[in-house]
Design a protein around this ligand. Structure first.
Ligand SMILES: [Mg+2]
Length: 247
């Protein structure tokens, strides 16, 4: 039985795309615009890529590789800065949605005083733009001290999970044990990155992956969506088992 101290310290780390919102291709369109303007090339480099769960830095690396263009960090930084500017326009396009159950869930968690953060392959400003479009950015803290992991923390998603744990530890004043964090995500990449650090994962089938695929990927718990998930997440915060684990 986890101690009450442990339960008090528990943190929920949300992925963004496919978990909280569906950005309807805004990120892909924004990056396509940047490729055209910066590299003078059409965005066919993006067409075959399955971006789900990839970090923005890894996406840039794979796109440059597809175009036969050498990767370097300065170029990657510039492309991602331009991407954020393009995303400011594209995020306003049609089809954007906050996924079902998300807003009431975040409201319930906020009202309960839960500690929530982000664990996303987006660059921080990209994540903020996407959540602001849906009016749910205010449920999260922003800035260098926020409990979060973003694309600038590394290309590999594992490094983003590590960064979120480290920021959680800094905020809490002592090490955040991996089992006191819960990653909520929608792809096998969310699952493997969290599991690499011993962090339990609740996977939701609101992205491109089915419940079965997410279970096969090793998710601890799987739910069809976050609709109605508040009681299970509050129970986990209080020291209970991972939501979505079969009884
Ligand atoms: Mg996702």
């Amino acid at each position: 039985m986890p101690s009450s101290t442990s339960a008090d310290r528990r943190v929920i780390l949300f992925d963004v795309d496919g978990t909280l919102v569906h950005a309807a291709g805004a990120g892909r369109r924004a990056l396509g615009r940047v490729l055209v303007s910066e590299l003078g090339q059409i965005d066919h480099a993006l067409s075959g890529l399955r971006l789900d769960g990839m970090t923005d830095r890894l996406i840039v690396r794979e796109v440059l590789d597809t175009l036969g263009h050498p990767f370097d960090d300065a170029l990657c930084d510039r492309l991602l800065a331009d991407y954020v500017e393009a995303l400011r326009d594209e995020i306003g396009g049609p089809g954007f949605e906050v996924l079902r159950g998300v807003e009431p869930l975040l409201g319930t968690l906020a009202a309960s005083g839960a500690t929530v953060g982000l664990c996303t392959g987006n660059v921080a400003e990209g994540a903020r733009l996407k959540l602001a479009r849906g009016g749910i950015d205010h449920f999260f803290e922003w800035g260098p001290d926020a409990i979060a992991g973003f694309a600038h923390d590394g290309e590999a998603r594992e490094r983003i999970v590590r960064a979120a744990l480290d920021r959680g530890s800094a905020r809490l004043g002592s090490p955040l044990h991996p089992s006191d964090a819960l990653v909520v995500g929608d792809t096998p990449r969310d699952v493997s990155a969290a599991r690499a650090h011993g962090v339990p994962v609740l996977a939701v089938a609101t992205g491109r992956f089915s419940e079965g695929e997410l279970r096969d990927a090793g998710a601890d718990g799987v739910l069809p969506s976050l609709e109605g998930a508040a009681p299970a997440l509050l129970a986990w915060l209080a020291g209970g088992r991972t939501p979505g684990v079969p009884a």
